[in-house]
Write a protein that binds this ligand. Structure first.
Ligand code: ADP
Length: 559
């Protein structure tokens, strides 16, 4: 056997610290602008950001945090959160971004599952920390992302120290070399809704994060560049804000962080003030922005492109953006388990020579895979289905930034080396993916998951409920909202209002169904499994009471 001939290039691992180090060294003066929780606008540069990220790394090491340990964040999009991205992962610890919109019990479960050592939090979340602290025995301290003067007044004495971020990092000088770490080490941890049971963690590696950042920046992907001023509306607690906090330093793009105010007016004003050319978010956010443009009779003067994903971009939204405002929409699909980018609806040269309506139809789909992801659709027998735009089946993916298994779970979700996404799709002869349905038991409201099973379990605990099913119903603002379908116990009665009131304090407010429908029976398979597809079909034309008085939207049709 002959020994393989190895390449003779430098053995430089792909680590996330190299992204911020690159930006600080080669785009040192490029700005990072943040609307702060304190209310003001903060601006500094990549150079400043790296120095403070190093100070944070030093501070965490001084607190005894070891590589591999998890540090949680409960924070909006802002410069301190970006420092945490690099200050934590940069020395080999794992930055665990937590979704603060979940119900406190779920957040505590997630913090405990991740065994976070410290949690960094924006002061808006102080009331939440009051609830979480007694339930999280692994946490050694809660670090408020503010200075000593703005430390929040906690309702109860925390069982562990409450620390000021600014005080902690001020004690360090930033004279710190990012350590060499293996590219296979963990970088970030993001939990996604469990379809059965508890949320599940996707644990990215340095290598997967850097490769994803490269891929995301490509011209036929997000196409970020040093000439862009990018405002990620998608939260940094949601799949690493789709990789923008990594792709922006890689390309040298200016970053504008919106903080906690994501209404149309606040976003518009910040975009105009900071010359934002590029943005990314879920359809619900863009709806708010379009409503503002229409009501205030204003236009964007600098925005050129926006990525819309997380839920299907309504075709009418794409048209309004492009035809009325001249802004290119890039429809994208992905998921937490994929870091998240998978496909983007960009055309080839040949496709862009086709009639305009045909081009539109392609771009309304979820798009073409980017290098780094492969996909296929399979039928119930597990066999590949044709790419004819008609046959639909389970969508499976694989690639270097797709998960192999969930955090703390032994068994692998893969089937023959492919990850089953839980989405149902067609792929056309152009290789364009079109998501047609979802086989996983979840509802996506405003870009965030609601577990239908959790919602059903609450209903079933009600004495008058024999059987419950929770399904997604189309909604013009939130894309989907939960509808609860109930079979009552014989001889017992319960009203819609009583059932909805039963949810108070048991789940997050936005998880409470928008409506309840009472039926005599639910559709089941021969083996007794609930047929959600059939049920969704049955209620396809159901109009939720919350869907009728949505204020004058640019496109009132639920899509
Ligand atoms: P993200 O919201 O960033 O896409 P999540 O893991 O929260 O990541 O959600 C992923 C799921 O969201 C996908 O499996 C799919 O069901 C849905 N999804 C994401 N993007 C789209 C899209 N463009 N069209 C339709 N569904 C989408």
């Amino acid at each position: 056997m002959t020994t393989p001939l190895l390449g003779q290039m430098m053995d430089v691992p792909l680590t996330v610290s190299s992204l911020i180090a690159h930006a600080a060294r080669h785009f040192g003066a490029t700005e990072i602008v943040s609307r702060r929780i304190e209310g003001d606008i903060h601006r500094y540069t990549y150079r400043d950001c790296e120095k403070r990220a190093k100070q944070l790394a030093q501070a965490l090491i001084a607190l005894g945090v070891a590589p591999g340990e998890r540090i949680g964040t409960l924070a909006w999009n802002g410069y301190r959160h970006l420092e945490a991205y690099y200050g934590v992962a940069g020395f080999g610890a794992v930055c665990h971004t937590i979704n603060p919109r979940l119900f406190p019990d779920q957040i505590a479960w997630i913090i405990n599952d991740a065994q976070d050592r410290y949690v960094l939090f924006d002061t808006t979340f102080a009331p939440l920390v009051d609830i979480l602290a007694p339930q999280c025995p692994h946490v050694r301290g809660w670090i408020a992302l503010t200075d000593e003067a703005h430390l929040p007044k906690m309702q109860t004495a925390l069982p562990v120290p409450l620390l000021s971020y600014e005080t902690l990092i001020a004690a360090q000088d930033g004279a710190f070399d990012w350590p060499r770490i293996e590219e296979s080490q963990a970088s970030y941890l993001c939990y996604t809704s469990g379809t059965t049971g508890n949320p599940k963690g996707a644990l990215y590696s340095h290598r997967s994060t850097v490769l994803h950042a490269f891929g995301a920046s490509l011209p036929d992907a997000m196409s970020l560049s040093a000439r862009d001023s990018v405002l990620p509306v998608v939260p940094m607690f949601h799949v690493n804000a789709w990789g923008i906090p990594h792709a922006a330093p890689l390309t040298g793009a200016k970053i504008v962080f919106p903080g906690k105010d994501l209404d149309g007016k606040s976003l518009y004003e910040l975009m105009e003030a900071e010359g934002v050319t590029y943005s990314a978010g879920v359809p619900t956010v863009w709806l708010g922005l379009l409503c503002h443009l229409k009501d205030a009779k204003v236009r964007f003067t600098t925005l050129k492109r926006t990525v819309i994903g997380g839920s299907a971009c309504p075709p009418a939204m794409l048209r309004v953006f492009e035809d009325e405002y001249g802004i290119e929409v890039i429809h994208a699909w992905g998921m937490t388990e994929m870091s998240p980018l998978g496909t983007l609806a960009k055309l080839t040269w040949e496709q862009s020579q086709r009639p305009p309506e045909e081009q539109r139809r392609l771009r309304e789909k979820q798009g073409h895979v980017m290098f780094g992801v492969d996909m296929k659709i399979v039928g119930a027998d597990g066999k590949d289905l044709p790419w004819d735009g008609v046959a639909f089946g389970d969508l499976h993916v694989r690639g270097p930034w797709v998960i192999q298994r969930y955090f703390q779970k032994e068994e692998s979700p893969l089937i023959d080396g492919w990850f089953p996404t839980g989405d149902v799709a067609t792929i056309d002869p152009d290789g364009f993916l079109h998501i047609t349905d979802r086989s996983k038991d979840v509802i996506k409201s405003g870009g965030e998951w609601i577990s239908s099973i959790d919602v059903e379990n609450v209903a079933i605990a009600h004495p008058a409920v024999a059987e419950a099913a929770c399904i997604a119903c189309a909604h013009p603002k939130w894309t989907e909202r939960p509808l609860l379908v109930i079979v009552k116990r014989p001889g017992m009665d319960v009203t819609r209002e009583e059932l909805l009131a039963f949810y108070e304090g048991k789940v997050a407010k936005w998880w409470i169904p928008d409506d309840v429908a009472f039926v005599d029976e639910l559709p089941h398979t021969a083996t007794g499994k609930l047929q959600k597809l059939k049920l969704r079909e049955q209620f396809r034309t159901h109009i939720l009471p919350t869907a009728v008085d949505v204020p004058d939207c640019p496109f009132p049709e639920p899509s």
